[in-house]
Ligand binder design. Structure first.
Ligand code: A3P
Length: 296
């Protein structure tokens, strides 16, 4: 990963109608032509909605018992390739996915629904979408931009929030992302829509629901074990899940496993920002039945 040490913060670009950085568009042809298999499972999220958490839960459900050495030696981002990623000097997400020895293959994406490689839909793959309330999602994304040299530099929180509201963040508007998958679910039954807030409130229940969607009959003791291993504190202390092995991230600025809470937005939004955000949110979300909780 030493090549990643020299990464310069990328510019925000416009691509296929959304804001992007080149790391996620440089391999576009291969991403779009990716050949999914019917048993592939796609984990889709807006950045910072709980991707790593969901990925690790799925990984343990499928491979927790069969490959113990994987758990201690292969970081989660290698086990669950980030399909559109293309960073210098390391294998692309597509290359990693094509080489995955596991069955099923677990694959991660942040692409909005309209840009997901077609073969996932054609093969009727299972899709697990995790959504997080806009306010906490924005706060988490802000700290992620600060610490991740693979992201454009955020000027300050106020500027970040304005750009988030304007949809000018990598992977486009949060609003369209969460609503896009929500709409898709109405016609595509193999999509399981989860909420970060529900996962925090009752992880065990969400693991159970996930199992029933996936058609797994994982026994309760096993599920409880997984719930424990994927607790925030345990994942934060686990080198294979806390991203401490990635040099583009500066944990001195902010750790990847930062707080893992619902409602941290309250320590960031001013009263004025909150009022403005709520007003704008109402407009943006007026045509959807999708509802979020900003506190639990
Ligand atoms: P915070 O920045 O609010 O702490 P992603 O994996 O999509 O990048 O999302 C990262 C966010 O999920 C971070 O949010 C991180 O702390 C949180 N997270 C990761 N694992 C978690 C867990 N096991 N429990 C609660 N939150 C978790």
């Amino acid at each position: 990963f030493s090549s990643l040490n020299s990464i310069k913060r990328p510019e925000l670009i416009e691509f296929e109608g959304i804001s992007m950085v080149h790391f996620f568009t440089d391999n576009w042809e291969n991403v779009q032509n990716f050949q999914a298999r019917p048993d592939d499972i796609l984990i889709a999220t807006y950045p910072k909605a709980g991707t790593t958490w969901a990925s690790y839960i799925l990984d343990l459900l499928y491979f927790g018992n069969t490959a113990p050495e994987r758990q201690t030696s292969v970081p989660i981002y290698m086990r669950v390739p980030f399909i559109e990623s293309h960073f210098p000097g390391i294998p692309s997400g597509v290359a990693l996915a094509e080489k995955l020895p596991t069955k099923p293959r677990l694959i991660k994406t942040h692409l909005p629904v309209q840009l997901v490689p077609k073969s996932f839909w054609e093969q009727n793959c299972k899709v697990v979408y995790v959504a997080r309330n806009a306010k906490d999602n924005a706060v988490s994304y802000y700290h992620f931009e600060r610490m991740n040299m693979g992201q454009p530099e955020p000027v300050d929180w106020n500027n970040f929030l304005q750009m988030f509201m304007d949809g000018k963040k990598v992977f486009g508007p949060w609003y369209d992302h969460v609503c896009g998958y929500w709409e898709k679910k109405q016609t595509y039954s193999n999509l399981h829509y989860m909420f970060f807030e529900d996962m925090v409130e009752d992880t065990g229940l969400e693991v159970e629901r996930l199992c029933s969607f996936l058609g797994l009959s994982t026994p309760i003791e096993e599920r409880e074990k997984i719930t424990k291993s994927t607790h925030f504190d345990v994942m934060k202390g686990n080198k294979m899940t806390n991203y401490s092995t990635v040099p583009v991230m500066d944990f001195k600025i902010s750790p990847f496993m930062r707080k893992g809470k619902v409602g941290d937005w309250k320590t960031h939004f001013t009263v004025a920002q909150n009022e403005q955000f709520d007003e704008h949110y109402k407009q943006k979300m007026k045509n959807t039945t999708l509802q979020f909780r900003t506190v639990i």
